[in-house]
Write a protein that binds this ligand. Structure first.
Ligand code: ADE
Length: 247
């Protein structure tokens, strides 16, 4: 069973969202276990203080060392092998390759920050890795944690229905997914490409690869630059570019 421990001031966010859909079913089927730890429950003062003003001044508040670390320690008691991850815009940027690596772990302890941040000494002494979901700022780590949980859990054995569902995803080979079509055949003059109705599996594979390459090239030329295309991929992309430029 994959262990997820979430350290958060807002556990309700997770109860509402994770009990649904693919992840909800995985929890019911005992493929993953999710527990939440609220630093507020680990405070010792009567006001249950979790944040304080930053040394050096400046706006906002900083999450305090003691309650956050006590929550992490509690999560670790049962799951010593879990990796402790802090979600922060100052982390390495998440991508599908990293998600695949996370899915091979025993579990993760996910620390969500709020306010201006968390005391740096929590990061120094308790956090194994810092990860960001992109170059923009959220008001807390909770939604980033949900993104990480969703992307990792759907790769765990037994979580997705079809055996190959995850293998055919976008980014598995560093490219976008190919375009999908279903009934009806015509919508306001827009037709399903003939090749997809031909039953010719090799032609369908080539068409899908070509359009996966083309979509990636149009939106993310940097991704195309970063992967080494094989001869077939180079040829199909060239074909796509020529057709695109003659449109
Ligand atoms: N917390 C706030 N913004 C974030 C981001 N972009 N990624 C991860 N955690 C965050």
């Amino acid at each position: 069973m994959f262990q997820l421990d979430i350290v958060t001031l807002f556990p309700e966010i997770f109860n509402l969202t994770l009990n649904k859909g693919v992840i909800g079913r995985a929890i019911k089927n005992d493929l993953i276990e999710i527990r939440e730890w609220n630093p507020r429950d680990f405070t010792k003062d009567k006001h249950k203080t979790v944040d304080a003003r930053p040394y050096g001044g400046g706006p906002g508040m900083v999450m305090m060392y003691e309650p956050v670390c006590a929550a992490i320690n509690k999560a670790k008691e049962k799951h010593k092998n879990s990796k402790v991850i802090f979600l922060t815009p100052q982390g390495k940027q998440l991508n599908q390759a990293a998600v695949v690596e996370f899915s091979k772990l025993d579990g993760m302890i996910l620390v969500c920050g709020r306010y201006e941040g968390i005391d740096e000494r929590i990061i120094e002494s308790k956090i194994d890795e810092e990860w960001s979901i992109g170059d923009y700022v959220l008001s807390g780590g909770e939604f980033a944690t949900l993104v990480l949980i969703d992307s990792v859990c759907r790769l765990l054995p037994g979580v997705l229905g079809g055996k190959n569902s995850a293998n055919e995803d976008s980014f598995v080979d560093g490219l976008f997914d190919y375009p999908h079509y279903t009934r009806p055949e015509e919508i306001n003059g827009r037709l399903v490409p003939n090749v997809l109705k031909s039953g010719d599996h090799e032609e369908i594979r080539r068409w899908r690869l070509k359009h996966a390459l083309g979509k990636t090239w149009r939106a993310r030329p940097d991704l195309i630059e970063s992967i080494k295309l094989n001869d077939e991929q180079k040829m199909l992309l060239q074909e796509y570019i020529e057709e695109f430029e003659n449109l």
